[in-house]
Design a protein around this ligand. Structure first.
Ligand SMILES: Nc1ncnc2c1ncn2[C@@H]1O[C@H](COP(=O)(O)OP(=O)(O)OP(=O)(O)O)[C@@H](O)[C@H]1O
Length: 267
């Protein structure tokens, strides 16, 4: 599949959400799309899936079967989980066992008869994932597939991606938090302010230094624990939300040399 000079904006006078994107996706390839909030990842993925059409340029040679998993599954539909998947399976001429297979595989059995709009966000996301897999896709497009999923379901994502690519399908997956660790042989693309860069490593998140002033009488200190890989990004987010970072530290009893250079400086 080829992005041939693709430009997109959401309204006539709106700023370009994607500018002159040029890229190729080969069969069997996994492309991880990185970038900050609002950079244009979802826009790019929707153009790949054919959900949006380019304003300029074209997307060529899109595989016939596209599985599209949006960032938020639209759960406001008058179906139960299994009813929805059976209806989708019928529309797409999927194998008769497809809906039941994915309900079982994604751990949806206890929720099969629950109306979609009564499902938790994570369970609804699993239904969104299941519908994209009813017919094995030549292109699977996953927009932040980890959002809201429980630990068990998260481990299934790399497994499913590997199965799709092993059968010659291509996968495009966005990951604004840099969560992807379990996917082998991936190509990285980075979107920054609507510009697509190919083959670049995840951009480093440079966290500003801590604010050394002690907490004042009208403040409280809230301690949080985050995954080591998300520490810098969390510091940036908290500061952007108007909070002060007093320090970043290792958990009690953990040797300090495991801190990154930045975290060491922030102690
Ligand atoms: N439906 C829409 N109507 C108008 N503007 C939109 C719409 N969807 C996205 N945009 C704008 O297009 C730009 C790119 O948004 P996009 O959702 O592609 O970013 P993203 O990288 O996927 O962000 P996030 O990680 O927050 O999902 C942003 O400026 C956003 O505000």
């Amino acid at each position: 599949m080829l992005f041939d000079g693709v430009w997109f904006r959401y309204a006539r006078r709106a700023p370009w959400a994607l500018r002159e994107a040029a890229a190729t996706v080969e069969p069997g390839q996994t492309v991880v799309v990185l970038g900050a909030n609002g950079a244009g990842k979802s826009t790019l993925l929707q153009l790949a899936a054919g959900v949006l059409r380019p304003v300029r340029g074209t997307v060529r040679a899109r595989p016939a079967v596209v599985g599209w998993v949006p960032e938020r599954f639209p759960a406001d539909q008058p179906f139960t989980a299994i009813g929805y998947l059976r209806a989708m399976a019928g529309l797409r001429h999927a194998p008769a066992t497809a809906a039941a297979h994915w309900v079982d595989r994604l751990g949806l059995t206890p929720h099969a008869d629950t109306p979609l709009n009564a499902l938790s966000k994570g369970t609804a996301q699993k239904v969104g994932l299941a519908q994209a897999l009813l017919v094995r896709p030549g292109l699977l497009v996953l927009d932040e597939p980890w959002e809201g999923l429980d630990a068990q379901a998260r481990t299934l994502v790399p497994e499913i991606v590997a199965e799709v690519t092993a059968s010659g399908g291509a996968v495009l997956v966005s990951d604004h938090r840099g969560e992807i660790t379990g996917l082998p042989d991936t190509t990285h693309w980075t979107v920054a302010a609507g510009a697509l860069q190919l083959g670049s490593a995840p951009p480093p998140v440079a966290a500003p230094p801590p604010d050394r002033r002690p907490a004042g009488p009208d403040e409280v200190v809230v301690e949080i624990a985050v995954p080591r890989t998300e520490a810098d990004a969390t510091v940036v987010q908290l500061i952007a939300s108007g909070h002060r970072i007093l320090r970043v530290r290792e958990p009690d009893g953990v040797r300090p040399e495991r801190l990154t250079a930045h975290q060491e400086e922030a102690r």
